[in-house]
Design a protein around this ligand. Sequence first.
Ligand code: SAM
Length: 522
Amino acid sequence: MSTIDARENTRRIEQTRLDALKSALERNKLGQFATPPVLALEIAKYAKTLLKGKRGPIRFLDPAIGTGSFFAATLDTFPQKRIAGAAGIEIDSAFAKTAEDIWGPVGLTIINGDFTKQPTPSKAYNLILTNPPYVRHHHLQAEDKVRLQGLVRSTLGIEISGLAGLYCHFLLLSHTWLEEGGLAVWLIPSEFMDVNYGVALKHYLLDKVTLVRIHRFCPSDVQFDDALVSSAVVVFRKTSPPPHHAAEFTFGGSLTSPRQSQTITLDQLMQKAKWTSLPTTVETPNRDDEAKLGDLFSIKRGLATGDNSFFILPVEEAERFGIPQACLRPILPSPRYLTDTIVESSPDGYPKIDRLLGLIDCRLAETEIQSRYPLFWKYLCEGKDKAVHLGYLASRRTPWYSQERRDAAPFLCTYMGRINGTTGKPFRFIWNKSNATAANVYLLLYPKPILRQALAADPGLYHRLFDAMNEIEGGTFISEGRVYGGGLHKVEPAELANLPCGRLATIAGLRIDKPRSLFAFL
Ligand SMILES: C[S@@+](CC[C@H](N)C(=O)[O-])C[C@H]1O[C@@H](n2cnc3c(N)ncnc32)[C@H](O)[C@@H]1O
């Protein structure tokens, strides 16, 4: 076994050991997902094909080196004597030390620190191969975001959204580390290709460098680790794009033999809002095997009270009518009054919103109400005068002013709506941290036991799940719901349950198995 192979063996053992020392949450915070060695090698070999005809020395950089899978792959691909310089940056000192111990003796210089805080190197690199940390923006401190946005602005003159993940900053900030004409291959989430926060990256790829290729892995191909299912390999050269330049977009299969491919000029690409629509020949993936929302949640329609105007009333009004707290439950207002999609909770369990509403839900007998709460009794009598108690639903309940049980759900989805011009979606997900229940203008999503367990073990999962719910594309939503005259869309509980949501299951560390059941794999 060559010394390089022996070092790579040690690296793999160390990678497993170091990964095991941390919880999934800790690894998430630093975006610590190692690249499968076979993929790192495929990327290095692909880079070599792009450098064909260029015989000069290689100066390698991985700004998020981890234990050094890309350096190992580079050593496996290029003759060692051609590697004139190599550097890796790593924030985690355990990884940095391991990489240094293994690869230091064969030419890799390790900087143990935050890549985004490093001074520009005196000599730039001509080959960047990397899988940067996939750290979502809510794991970044507010002051860090401002610092990173300022750096991107001063380095490239590009404004980047505060919602951009760390990987976007890494890619943009590496500009000054890459030599003119240098080649960069980035393994990053494909999300930037479609979402608003990705605009800065797309601007960079269209304007500041020459985009060579973007390969997207097919989410239903389980060839790699689940953290990589929606990844893309982005390849560019640091040089201005020649006139009429066309980039290659490939999809599925592997980097070396993609299933589909298309070249597209930058002018055409500029017109495309969603780059994942390329190549246009992409067949609609068969999503039958993907987890469905109904695998993760029990989905129920919100409460049908029988008469919202009588049973639901502003909390101050309820106080005036002498309705005791115990007979009143917090309830969310209709979606049109709920501007935020995250509902925070007050200490008493009521939502922190302007329009505080209570739902009458009382099990006391009429005689007891009459003697103990005369004002409330009067309110009920007024309802009786209007025949509220004879309504279809109220008349089937005992007492008629009690409600069906519908506990507060942590997540809700609006039940109907028109397509929103900004999001392209007719429905909205709500993250409800309060004890408020909701009426049937919402669908309620109650985590199934296995997801409940995952949430209890990792409360940060609520946030990640909610983000992923919001990333479910409009088209997926629309294809599951139904549309009525005037463009009004509705989604029934069974339709929402059928929404493909493999990404949510992955994030929760749950995998579907056939026949449909879920088990934890993290
Ligand atoms: C996705 S992993 C990739 C590791 C390795 N290059 C590989 O491909 O297996 C990202 C690495 O970046 C490191 N990292 C996270 N934040 C960083 C930062 N601000 N500066 C440098 N490294 C960072 C993580 O500790 C992790 O090792």
